[in-house]
Structures are given as C-alpha cells and as structure tokens.
Design a binder for this molecule. Structure first.
Ligand SMILES: Nc1ncnc2c1ncn2[C@@H]1O[C@H](COP(=O)(O)OP(=O)(O)OP(=O)(O)O)[C@@H](O)[C@H]1O
Length: 265
C-alpha cells in the first residue's frame, strides 16, 4: 500500500536556516536542505558532526531549534506528525524481559492498532525485518543486530510515511547490512516511504539516492553520489568528502564550529 499524504506533494522534509543549541554550544548552524518524498537519503558525516541532533530536531525531540523545519508539510514536532514518523535511535528501545512478539504487540497497542488487527500487523513487520523465526525469543537473549531489527520492526508497525533511522546498520555483518538496505529500498519503492538514514560509514553512501554530507554542524553537500564524485573529481564518496572538508577548511578555517569532544550529560 502506498503512503498517501494529506499534505500534498511537497518535500518530505525541508530545512532552512536551521540551528540547534546544545549544552550552551551551537551544534547545528544554518542547515538547509530538502528531502524528496519516497526517496532514500543518507546523512553522512564523522562522529559528533550533528547527525543525531538533526534527526532529533526532525522528529520533534530536540530543544532550542531555530529556523524553519517542515516535516510532511507541518512544522517539526507537531502532534499530528507523531503517528506519521518512525524514529529508530542508536540504542534499541525494547523490553528485554518480553519476547519479540510481546514487545511488538505492546507497541502496537500503544499505537492504537485494534486488537484483532495486531497479530497480522506484528507478523508483517516481523517478516519485513526477517525475524519471524525469533518471534518467541526473549528480547534480552538476542544479539545486538537482532535487537536493532526489533526496534526497526517497532518503527514499521504504524506504517510511517517518514522513517528516520540513526545508524541502523552499525555493528551488523555484511549480509545483514545488505538485507536491511534492500528492505529500505523496498519500503521506498513499494510503499512510498521516505527514509533518512544516518551513517558514518562512507561505503554505505552508494546505496542512497541522495546524500547529505555533514561536518561540524553544517551541511557540506547535498547531492547524488555520482554527482558528488563527478564534481570533486574523486573515485569514492570518502575521497569526495575529504575533498569537500579541505575546501571547507580553506573557505571557513578549521575552527568554524565545534568538532566532537563535547561531553554528553
Ligand atoms: N546531551 C548533549 N548535551 C550537550 N551536547 C551534546 C549532547 N549530545 C550531543 N552533544 C554534542 O552535540 C554535537 C553533535 O552530536 P550528535 O550526537 O548529534 O553527533 P553525531 O554526528 O550523531 O555523532 P555520532 O555519529 O557519534 O552519533 C557534538 O558536539 C556532541 O558533543
């Protein structure tokens, strides 16, 4: 079933002049970009550059946001967006003393999915993330990769129009990573879901239709993988990124924004 948006055909996400202050520091500054509906967009950049903060702003979980941030046609954080967005954080958010199925059934009830519809919906998302064979295992006995797939299954329960995934493939073996990327593209192609996926692994970049490259709280580039390589005259996204970082250093100096190293209270 394709997602139908009540808010017209505009971009899924549009940011302009976006800034975020965290811990008394400006950690995002003058961010501007648009994410097309039904696309798979990668948010790439080194640890601490602000990927999670940007995602938190998108889903309405971040304080001290300035500028414009529109999500599915509404201001980020609007109550009406809650059921339309799926957000998977880096830390799996499931109950370890419940089975996978019990977790999903619980979250389905929280989402207001009717009791009679729940077994079907739970079965469908278990199949999506390839965990049907572990449905009755206690979540606490699963591997890290399996646990993060349970979190993804939770996010899929409500058939979200926008899926925001914070480093969903970290720590996964190559086969699982490939399978997850296949799933992401199926969700976009078959259901019209928009996916924004963060990673600091540059070799995942080619799996995205479009890339947002971040450094030190700013967007360095917003382009397709091919065009990024072409316009920087490089062979890989990693080289393209390094090329853009050097150009940025020349233009703005090395200290234009805080790099990683802050503490996280
Ligand atoms: N709770 C917090 N309070 C204050 N500053 C924070 C907090 N969390 C993160 N920061 C700072 O905000 C900046 C951006 O952090 P963020 O977690 O968004 O980066 P990231 O790109 O997602 O990093 P990673 O890839 O390591 O997850 C960093 O400088 C970090 O130190």
């Amino acid at each position: 079933m394709m997602n139908k948006s009540p808010d017209g055909p505009g971009p899924a996400v549009r940011a302009a002049g976006l800034g975020v202050e965290r811990g008394g520091r400006q950690v995002l500054r003058d961010i501007g970009f648009a994410v097309r509906r039904g696309s798979v967009t990668g948010l790439l950049g080194p640890s601490g550059c602000g990927k999670t903060t940007l995602m938190r702003a998108l889903v309405g979980a971040q304080d001290k946001v300035t500028g414009t941030l529109t999500v599915l046609g509404r201001p980020a954080g609007s109550a009406a967006l809650r059921s339309r967005i799926g957000y998977v954080t880096q830390a799996p958010s499931v109950y370890t003393d419940l089975t996978v199925r019990q977790n999903l059934d619980y979250f389905a009830s929280v989402l207001g999915i009717a009791r009679t519809a729940r077994p079907g919906r739970v079965g469908a998302v278990l199949a999506d993330v390839d965990l049907a064979s572990h449905a009755d295992a206690l979540a606490g006995t699963l591997s890290g990769g399996q646990l993060s797939r349970v979190s993804l299954a939770v996010a899929l329960l409500g058939t979200p129009e926008l899926l925001v995934l914070d480093e969903p493939t970290v720590g996964l073996d190559p086969v699982l990573r490939r399978d997850l990327w296949d799933l992401f593209h199926r969700l976009a192609a078959e259901r019209g879901t928009t996916l924004l996926i963060s990673s600091h692994v540059m070799d995942e970049a080619d799996r995205c239709r479009r890339l947002l490259l971040m450094r030190a709280g700013r967007i360095l580039a917003d382009d397709t993988p091919d065009r990024l390589r072409e316009r920087t005259g490089t062979a890989t996204i990693e080289e393209a990124f390094l090329h853009l970082v050097e150009a940025d250093r020349r233009d703005n100096g090395p200290e234009n924004a805080p790099e990683d190293g802050g503490t996280r209270p």
